[in-house]
Structures are given as C-alpha cells and as structure tokens.
Design a protein around this ligand. Sequence first.
Ligand SMILES: [Zn+2]
Length: 383
Amino acid sequence: MGWSLNIGSIAGTAVRIHITFLLFLVWIFGASYAAGGADAAWSGLLFLVLIFACVLAHEFGHIFTARAFGVATPDVTLLPIGGVARLERIPEKPMEEFLIAIAGPLVNVVIAGFLLLFAGAELTSGAAAASLDNTTIPLVNRLAAVNLFLALFNMIPAFPMDGGRVLRALLSAKLGFVRATEVAASIGQGFAFLLGFVGLFYNPILIFIAIFVYLAASSEAHMVALRSVARGVPVSAATMTQIATLPPEAHIDEAVQTLLRTSQSEFPVVDAAHRPVGLLGRGDIIRALKELGPDARVSQVMTDSIPVVNRRAPLDEAVRLLQEKAAPAVAVVENDGRFLGLITTETMGELLMMRDAMPKDAKFGPWSRLARPEKAINQGPIA
Ligand SMILES: [Zn+2]
C-alpha cells in the first residue's frame, strides 16, 4: 500500500502505518488540546494509541490463524478506519477461511472479557460508544466498550468486514466457493443499501461506509469469478497473440503510428531476442510526446517491469499476477523466454462474459477440443 511507513515487524510480519493515520493522530491531539488543554490532548492520544493496539491485536488474530494454515502474511497496515492484514491468498477451504476470519473479532472479545473480569472495567449504561471521548469515564471502561464495538462492527455480514468472510465460509460448505461468494456479496450489497438509507436520515458518514461496502462486495465477487473461470485452463488459452510489439530503441513517433494502426492500448516492448522487457501504454505515449517530443525512445518512457508467465502455467497464475501487481497486462512467454502474447484484465473480462453466456453444462473454450488448437479465442482487437 502506497504512502505508508514501516515501523518495524512483529513475528515476521511488517507493521506499517499509513500516512493518513499519522495525520489522524495529530488531528486528535490538536482537537483535544483545543478542547481541554495539554492533559486532555495527551490522554486523548493515549486512548487512541491503545485503541490501535487493540486493532493490531485483532489483525494478528487473523495473521497467526492464517499462518497455521500455511498462508503467508507479509504485512499489516494501520489506517484511520482500522487495520488491513495482507494475506497472500484466501484459503478456499471453508473451515480455514471461517477460522481466519473469526479469529480477529474473537481477539477483541477476549480483550474486553479480560478488562471486564480482571481489570475492573464496567460497561456503564447503554451508550458506551457515544461516551468514548468523555474523559470522566475510566479508561478501562471505554477500552472494553471499544473492543466490544470492534467485535460487533467486524461481524457485520458484508465484505470487506470479517462477517462477510464468515458468511461466505458458512455458505461455501453447501454452495461451493464461487456461488457462496456471489450470495455473500449480494447480502453485503443489500446491507449496504440499508446502511445508506439509514444514513440519509441519521448520519451522512454511514452513506460513505455504505458505498465502500457496496464496492468491496462487487470487487470480491468479480475477483472470485475471475479466478474460477481461470481454473484448470492453461495461460495460452486466453493469450492475445495477434499483437503489435515495439523495440526499446524505437522512436515515439513509431509508437504513435502503431497506436493509430491498431486498436491496442498496451504495447509490449521486446528486445532483439524477442524477450519482453517492458510495457508502453497509450498514456505513456501521449505523455512522452508532450514532454520529450517525437524523437524520444520507447525505452525512456516504458514501464520496465512487466509480470511474466509461462504459456503452460495455469491461467489462475496470470490472474493472480494481474491482481497482486495491479499491472495492466501480463506477458506470456515460451519456455525459452520469447514473447508469445499478452493477458490483460480486458481479456479476462471477455472470458468471464463468454463463460456466463454459455449454457450451464456446455464445455467452455476451444482448448477442450482437439481439432482446434489455441488462438481461436481472443484474437480480436482489444478495446
Ligand atoms: Zn478483521
């Protein structure tokens, strides 16, 4: 995640804080200083740091459980809205996902229980959440209330909250991973509508959360659908092979001509041995023309890191690269490293549309027919 600072690591997982989180701390300090002087400012800050220690503990609940199932957890980032632990993959075994998802909220329940039983915390009448900034209420009480709130909020059954994952895991056992994701995403979106509607009357912030939840549900469903269509299919089946390439030493005016001559918007750059060395997008070409003129070289403005996948690799590997590297395209290569073609998010989208258009039990794709080798699919120009 961009704009975040590494502040160390716990048990091999890097802990990062997002720059907006630092600004948030400064803002809390300033606001409490203005309201109640230095004492209030420090106690406000202390409370906030304790809250985020609880958020971090929550994330490490996910992290340690994920590791127990062999899922790598490279980093966790703290944002003003909470923490995000990055898991290298989401396990598709329902039981594993269920346990990983529920471990976070459980940590908060345990912390609240500890504060209530052993630290003398009390949950005074009802509106605990509303009195969070009320310094006349003892710190332990407020902290216990925050932990219960964190547990409850995260169990809301909608992506990206843990409750959404718990729901999917429960549905998965009966419906399978893909269908369960679709159903869980729909429930999450229904919930988002409800939240937005309530927000109209009570609190506009709820409308923003609703939009966020709605988008997260769609993107989760899309991601899972892409992975499922890619499963068991070789990379070569979805590779665009009729594609114009550029050498790194070409001038930008040549790139402009190629741009106009084709309907591509991404141009792989290949060296003399025909190995992919970069990617030049339409935006790069226009920017180069404006800033450097038509004589600039392609190598000056291309993106020189393009994810590469072997043509025999499974297509889910390419999907994973597209998603993890947030790259516009993945280069497909032969065994000797020579460029074969491109896989883009558009090709994957087309594959998904075709899958949806097929009758349920029909075989999907030319790669299942011996008479017609690959290349029959996605040869057309990309939009
Ligand atoms: Zn969580």
